[in-house]
Design a protein around this ligand. Structure first.
Ligand code: FES
Ligand code: FES
Length: 158
């Protein structure tokens, strides 16, 4: 066991864990952050995504001791009680079905829009390709990404 300090959503947390423990387990089990989901556990579906250094990172295959930079989870996207435009767009477009993959969809969309503020349909498909959805919400995901892009461009907090 090792004492490991992680900065998550602006707050530093020290945990006593095996250094190889997946970041996802620490976030969910030790820090109580239930946004990141356990989907495949194999780095294939994206349900466990968090943002590290501007990258949608699969926390199920990331040893917690490897993380040196701040982590942003789904819980960290809202600001002062206001949802991030991506989250609001997800509600407005009624994207989720079962909801299980949606953490990964929202985190991936946030990263996509940070890098490509006005994406084409092709860029959205490419940028979102790693976030799998067994309920086939892809068309609504695409609509929500476009809606969020318009909101952010109009001055909504990003
Ligand atoms: S749960 Fe991490 S990629 Fe599927
Ligand atoms: S909403 Fe069910 S897996 Fe995507």
């Amino acid at each position: 066991m090792s004492r490991i300090t992680l900065k998550v959503n602006g707050t530093a947390h020290t945990v006593d864990v095996d250094p190889l423990t997946p970041l996802l387990y620490v976030l969910r089990n030790d820090l109580g952050l239930q946004g990141p989901r356990f989907g495949c556990g194999l780095g294939q579906c994206g349900a466990c995504a968090v943002i590290i250094n501007g990258v949608a990172t699969r926390s199920c295959v990331t040893p917690c001791s490897n993380v040196r930079s701040e982590i942003t989870t789904l819980e960290g996207l809202a600001s002062n009680g206001t949802l991030h435009p991506v989250q609001q767009a997800w509600i407005d477009e009624q994207v989720p079905q079962c909801g299980f993959c949606q953490n990964g969809q929202i985190i991936t969309a946030k990263v996509l829009l940070d890098k490509t503020p006005n994406p084409t349909d092709a860029q959205i498909r490419e940028g979102m390709a790693g976030a799998l959805c067994r309920c086939m919400t892809y068309y609504r995901v695409q609509a929500a990404v476009k809606r969020a892009a318009v909101t952010i461009k109009a001055g909504g907090a990003a």
